[in-house]
Write a new protein. Sequence first.
Length: 469
Amino acid sequence: MTGLLLRDAELGRRGRADVRLAGGRIAEIGGGLARRPGEQVVECGGGALIPGLCDHHLHLHALAAWRRSVVCGPPAVTGADRLAAVLRDAEPDEHGWVRGVGYAESVAGDLDAAALDALRPGGPVRIQHRSGALWILNPAAVRAAGLASADHPGVERDAAGRPTGRLWRADDWLRTRLPAARPVDLGTVGRELARLGVTAVTDATPDLGAGARAAIEAAVRDGTLPQRVHLLGLPPDAGTPPHPHPRLSTGPYKIVLADSGLPPLDELGARIRHAHEHRRPVAVHCVTREALLLLLAAFADTGTLDGDRIEHAALVPESIVPELARRGLRVVTQPGFLADRGDDYLRDVPAEDVPDLYRCRSLLEAGVPVGLSSDAPYGPLDPWAVLDAAANRTTRSGAVAGRDETIPAAEALRSLLTAPGTPGGPPRRVATGEAADLVLLHVPLTEALHRPSAGNVRATIAGGRLLAE
């Protein structure tokens, strides 16, 4: 096939038309376009044709690893007995390890090595907290990883100096202590994203290792990962690769302000200044009020660069919103957490702070560009669920977390249509000359926005190639 002809697609206010794709671009839009030799024809039947969706913050390797791990948290696992059963039935990997993910304290409290050993005695087990910030190892895993003699600052110890089995923000270090894992399957992730209508992603993994970077680049080059990929985890001085690929790009430099230990102000300022000196904006992980205030204090000293962005902005006091706008900062946030964990927030977060969670409307009204994202695998991957959460902010129980921060579904979709390099900027369009990264829906757009669902996705097209129908 030399091209693709989409017949009778709904193109928003322009009504219904035919769309021809060739050379990875939208070549022609009009009525009654004749099929050319070699073209594949798709009859759209009035289904909406929109630009492909962009997830502005996820973690590709973690998502692939999650798919081959044991889920240890809600909604699938909701109590200690169920967790014990899941771990007991888990099949160890080729090295005898069990890898769990998604743990939350509501399941069985604050796990440590001893508590985990009571649930699954025997071979090495490690479980990741659903935040992604913490690993919990059982005694066999503690011994295998050599935590007793380790000097990494993330190794938690008890009053006697013994490792508790809890390891904070030390993924890369822990990986060096584990048996070599088989390569993750990025193709599975690419196919899953395609089924959801996602044609571009920003990988927000900080300090991306050489192996992980090479795997992503190889998967994009050979089409295993058909999405455009924007990387935040490259070093501040990362220049243009010797053989650049049009579907790979370098984004802002990722900085993590860890809740478990915020850096000194001068140290944070130095990291921001170093990135800015290389003309790299920064993308700064901020979950708490304290982290956000620290970041703003650092920006007061360093100044901001076009493209500087705040990742998560999980808790933004109302008084801070104008300051974000004044400094020209972007926010990439995840309202999907409200749908996934909102009942926990309503129970555990002080009532006066609930309106500050994952703000959307107040940021947009203040002129702050907002990009929506999943933070998968730590948040729900489905962009249509993220859209619905931004529009309704409904928890699993049906409660509403921060009603005043809802935004229209069309506005949420607009955020998902913005380019990886400009989250919250102008939405991409279905127009002649634009990249042929598109989503065809079964239904008109008005209907899709009234009932957001991945089930409305009929086909995804990336670079003019039909991925799924």
